[in-house]
Design a protein around this ligand. Structure first.
Ligand SMILES: [Zn+2]
Length: 206
């Protein structure tokens, strides 16, 4: 028997003696009251900066798209179906939100699915999971945080962009205690990959 198998058996015994709730059982997606139009979206990159290549928004948007492309949700880099996500950047300073997502139904001049009030997203009630899905989104990135070398070195912009795309396609902040890139409080240790329980939801619904 290999060491690997011995370890696996030891793990099973360990789990069988602990009847507590595991993350897999406890964590479930916290859904917003809308879904994205389809499993297709394309990035409309209107960003500049914030730092020279490779630390540009365009680079991180591309990396975030690859994370989604690996799921059933295909956020590509060109027009490949309904759903446009426009990325732009501003320097809003330290008091501005790090990033924000603005979903719409019927394009930019259509219905606002949510409003940002003091940095917190509030669903408008105009969008839903069936007839009024979000089909256009804007993602605003705050240069103030994204230009921080510490933020960059921890892959911060990647997890922030994944997080904001998550909002557009119907993901709310994760429940406390759950490892998720949708954690409400972004930290330097925020994951830049989907968790298993997140993939199950994402691929089940799209
Ligand atoms: Zn958020």
């Amino acid at each position: 028997m290999t060491n690997f198998k011995k370890k696996a058996i030891a793990s099973l015994v360990l789990f069988s003696t602990i009847p507590s709730i595991s993350h897999a059982q406890f964590c479930s997606p916290n859904q917003l009251p809308w879904l994205w139009w389809s499993n297709l979206a394309y990035a409309d990159d209107a960003t500049s900066g914030p730092l020279p290549s490779p630390n540009t928004y365009s680079n991180w948007i591309g990396q975030a798209a690859l994370k989604y492309v690996a799921t059933d949700m295909d956020v590509g880099m060109g027009p490949n179906g309904e759903g446009e996500i426009r990325f732009f950047n501003l320097d809003l300073g330290a008091t501005g939100t790090m990033a924000a997502a603005f979903p719409f139904h019927g394009g930019y001049n259509g219905l606002d699915c949510a409003y940002l009030i003091y940095g917190v997203m509030h669903p408008s009630g105009l969008c839903n999971w069936t007839t009024n899905r979000a089909d256009y989104g804007r993602i605003r990135l705050n240069d103030h945080y994204m230009e921080n070398p510490i933020t960059i070195s921890y892959g911060g912009p990647l997890s922030v962009i994944m997080h904001e795309v998550g909002h557009l396609i119907g993901w709310n902040h994760s429940y406390p205690g759950c490892t998720s890139f949708m954690n409400q409080t972004w930290t330097l240790s925020s994951p830049v990959d989907f968790q298993i329980w997140e993939l199950v939801w994402l691929n089940g619904i799209y």
